[in-house]
Write a protein that binds this ligand. Structure first.
Ligand SMILES: NC(=O)C1=CN([C@@H]2O[C@H](COP(=O)(O)OP(=O)(O)OC[C@H]3O[C@@H](n4cnc5c(N)ncnc54)[C@H](OP(=O)(O)O)[C@@H]3O)[C@@H](O)[C@H]2O)C=CC1
Ligand SMILES: Nc1nc(=O)c2c([nH]1)NC[C@@H]1CN(c3ccc(C(=O)N[C@@H](CCC(=O)O)C(=O)O)cc3)C=[N+]21
Length: 290
């Protein structure tokens, strides 16, 4: 039995947001420019609406401008592309985020391809994904960036460690694997076709769940002492009625086995927003050549 430490993403994110806010103040003093983040939400998905509201609030708290565009679910792809073109041309907008998922009649890849890579604070444009893959400066996806910050804070160097990422999406799993490779981890990416997933997970010094299946990763899959990062955000029914959030890892089972683990909520989620603010400042700096 080991004592399992809690990785407090909420507290780390608060500290990061404060550092970004003070950097924003210095940037404004030097340039006279207030970094601006435009968030585009298409449709009425209630979970997305809450997330967009939180982002807007934290953007303003960090001293930046928040520009929200809420479009009806019936918006055509052509209308959305026209809005993005206008935001690309807008000098006061330094970052553009189009909330995913988009309604089914809109081609998300076409939308992401239209965002100016210099304003792509999600890091989802192929130019940023490619730059990350070949080791050039890029805008890096927020959730993977937040995960690696938490890991380095806890472990220091990640060099030589076995990292297993469960999930291969373009927004979490793949870019996270790239970042871990850049930190000199030995990286395995597992997915729905992986044979003997429990055995693959048991190799991991660093185990990441980015699947979207409530508590799928069991305690017995975790190598004793491993550092576990739970990216999953899953809303499940509570026995007495109502709902609660759980991750992709069976948190209670991990106690006494994992060396450290992020909780859900209060782990990776708050880091995603803090990294979005940091990316917005980075994008503004680069656009001003600062
Ligand atoms: N904390 C945060 O800030 C964020 C949290 N999230 C959360 O992270 C989770 C993952 O999100 P996202 O990457 O967008 O999800 P996707 O649905 O895009 O990808 C899920 C991945 O999990 C894999 N997978 C599905 N089922 C299994 C299985 N039974 N065994 C092994 N692998 C499996 C899929 O494999 P395959 O490719 O073979 O289909 C796929 O690669 C979700 O819970 C989401 O809500 C997402 C973004 C930000
Ligand atoms: N273009 C785009 N970029 C994204 O980064 C993006 C997206 N679309 N679509 C949806 C996913 C999901 N996501 C989350 C971010 C923060 C929390 C978060 O702050 N969670 C808190 C609280 C959650 C709650 O209480 O509801 C926590 O985990 O503690 C959750 C989920 C970003 N995503």
């Amino acid at each position: 039995m080991v004592e399992t430490r809690l990785i407090d993403g909420k507290a780390f994110a608060e500290g990061l947001r404060k550092r970004v806010a003070s950097d924003v103040t210095a940037f404004h003093a030097a340039t006279g420019v207030t970094p601006g983040l435009a968030v585009v939400l298409v449709g009425e998905d209630p979970a997305s609406a809450v997330y967009v509201r939180n982002k807007g609030k934290q953007t303003v708290e960090a001293g930046m401008a928040s520009i929200e565009h809420k479009l009806p679910a019936t918006t055509t792809q052509a209308e959305l592309l026209a809005l993005i073109a206008a935001l690309n041309a807008e000098k006061d907008v330094h970052g553009i985020l189009v909330q995913l998922p988009l309604p089914g009649h809109i081609d998300a890849q076409a939308v992401l391809a239209t965002i100016d890579p210099a304003k792509d604070v999600d890091g989802f444009h192929v130019v940023n994904a490619g730059r990350l893959a070949v080791g050039l400066d890029a805008l890096v996806p927020c959730t993977p960036l937040g995960c690696v910050m938490l890991l380095k804070d806890r472990l220091g160097s990640l060099s030589g460690l076995e990292a297993v990422v469960v999930g291969r999406s373009n927004i979490v799993g793949k870019p996270l694997a790239q970042l871990l490779l850049r930190e000199d981890c030995t990286v395995t990416i597992a997915h729905s076709r992986t044979r003997d997933l429990p055995e693959v997970c048991r190799r991991a010094d660093i185990l990441i769940g980015a699947v979207g299946r409530p508590e799928m990763i069991r305690g017995a899959w975790i190598k004793p002492g491993a550092t576990v990062i739970d990216v999953g955000i899953n809303r499940v029914d509570k026995p007495g009625g109502g709902t609660r959030l759980v991750g992709d890892v069976a948190f209670d089972e991990a106690q006494g086995i994992a060396g450290a683990i992020t909780p859900v909520p209060g782990g990776v989620g708050p880091m995603t927003i803090a990294c979005l603010l940091q990316n917005t400042l980075t994008a503004a700096r680069r656009q001003l050549g600062a």
